[in-house]
Design a protein around this ligand. Structure first.
Ligand code: FAD
Length: 427
């Protein structure tokens, strides 16, 4: 089959790779000049099966109210005269129930575990070809730290469920946290850590490097990667999409995969689909590593609402969430709040604070915290792979493999029913 994949972020590139590996003639289109240059560019780096619970939860409405009016709040709402924003917010608020959150944990976890398995298989294949994919991968695990014992207790409630689904995590005392990660010494001394949850099998790494290297590998396998190709519409024939239009070209297609991050919502609308996916803006700060006392384990600081990953000779912190539309300007007050949180927990990084590189990106967030994967709408050959929100790096390779099975009609590695767009018809 001739398959056109729209978008060359982590989701589109892994999709193109999986489809090419199954013998299809794949064209990958992106409006930018290369792969992984939008939201997949400088994210928090965590490939964290332990982090798959949706962000919508019972505590969220209270936190939003508490932070209302604070420009540097970890979560901020900037309401607009935009029905798309209001409808998404309403759907998101309706998911802020413990039962709704719990419903998504196991499906997301299965996808995260498949992602780690697929990334291992891709790495092994690249290695066997003599062209390893290097992306500053770190396999020291992820440690979630909590300031209050009550928060640790609440988070620990999921551990048994996740263990039964194949993910081992350990509860750690404050002392055990610092034994695992000596760079936390200052936070321990200030009495800021009540304890933690450690997941040894989780990883971190540079999503942009992986995406760019995998795009090169896919091209060697025959994928035609066309950059500077902004998709503007579709040609249709009955119940099928027959071509994908850019300003300059028309690409004939037997099947089309939409994986354009936050732009997927607008593209899907051209095909008559309404997606509950809206941008959730976040920031990251990247610092050079010059001290010995730098974390080697990826950390999630639940009180400061940041994640920190060691990416080779760099330290990356990411955080904040803002519902403010499609604006990608860097607001320095918010970017600096992520830097301040980093320096607060790791004061040893103060000496390199002047060298901070700030970045912002838009998470393509579905209202229920799980991606949308599969065929959708009246066009029988149109497939979606989007809405990964804060988990695109964690769920990307698994989403692509499962979609590859579906499109090719091969034995599914994962049941995609929980990720079908139809689940939103009733919520
Ligand atoms: C601050 C921050 C921290 C994060 N931390 C983590 C983390 O630690 N772990 C994790 O798992 N996830 C994390 N995420 C989420 C993760 O980065 C995203 O879920 C993921 O990058 C989304 O990938 P994507 O391929 O869907 O979108 P993108 O990477 O945005 O790719 C979409 C592509 O589509 C292209 N495109 C758009 N419109 C068109 C068009 N009309 N025609 C052609 N091409 C088009 C774009 O140019 C782009 O290349 C974070 C996100 C942010 C913002």
């Amino acid at each position: 089959m001739k398959i056109v994949v729209v978008g060359a972020g982590i989701i589109g590139v892994t999709s193109a790779y999986e489809l090419a590996a199954r013998g299809h003639e794949v064209t990958l289109l992106d409006k930018r000049e290369g792969a992984g240059l939008e939201t997949s560019y400088a994210n928090g780096g965590q490939i964290g099966a332990c982090e798959v619970a949706p962000w919508a939860g019972p505590e969220v409405p209270g936190l939003v109210l508490r932070w209302l009016g604070r420009a540097d709040a970890p979560f901020r709402l900037k309401l607009k005269a935009d029905p798309e924003q209001w409808i998404w917010l309403l759907r998101f608020l309706m998911r802020c129930r413990a039962s709704a959150r719990a419903q998504r944990v196991l499906p997301n976890l299965a996808l995260a575990l498949l992602t780690q398995a697929r990334m291992d298989a891709i790495a092994a294949h690249a290695q066997s070809e003599g062209a390893p994919i290097t992306f500053n991968e770190n396999r020291n695990g992820i440690l979630q730290i909590f300031r209050h014992a009550s928060d640790l207790k609440a988070a620990a409630a999921d551990i048994e469920t996740m263990r039964s689904a194949g993910l081992e995590q350990n509860i750690c005392s404050a002392r055990e946290c610092v034994d695992l990660e000596p760079a936390l010494v200052s936070a321990i001394q200030k009495g800021e850590i009540a304890g933690g949850i450690y997941c040894a099998s989780d990883r971190s790494g540079d999503a942009h490097l992986f995406t760019a290297r995998l795009a090169e590998k896919a091209q060697r396998m025959g994928v035609a990667f066309v950059t500077g190709a902004e998709v503007t519409g579709f040609e249709t024939l009955g119940d099928r999409i027959s071509g994908v239009r850019t300003k300059a070209w028309l690409f004939g297609a037997d099947a089309v995969v939409l994986a354009a991050g936050v732009a997927t919502t607008g593209l899907a609308r051209l095909a008559g689909l309404r997606l509950p996916v809206y941008p959730l803006k976040g920031y990251s700060v990247t610092l050079p590593v010059k001290s010995d006392v730098v974390p080697s384990i990826s950390i999630t600081d639940e009180a400061r609402k940041i994640v920190v990953s060691r990416l080779g000779d760099k330290l990356r912190t990411a955080g904040t969430a803002e519902v403010c539309g499609y604006d990608t300007n860097i607001e320095m007050l918010r970017a600096r709040s992520v830097l301040a949180a980093t320096l607060d927990i790791f004061p040893q990084m103060n000496e390199v604070a002047e060298e901070a590189v700030f970045w912002t990106g838009l998470r393509p967030m579905s209202s229920d915290g799980s991606p949308i994967i599969g065929q959708a709408g009246r066009f029988t050959n149109l497939y979606l792979n989007t809405g990964h929100g804060s988990l695109g790096w964690t769920l990307g390779a698994g989403s692509a493999a499962a979609l590859g099975d579906l499109i090719c009609g091969t034995a599914p590695q994962l049941d995609l029913t929980p990720f079908n767009l139809k689940r939103f018809y009733w919520t």
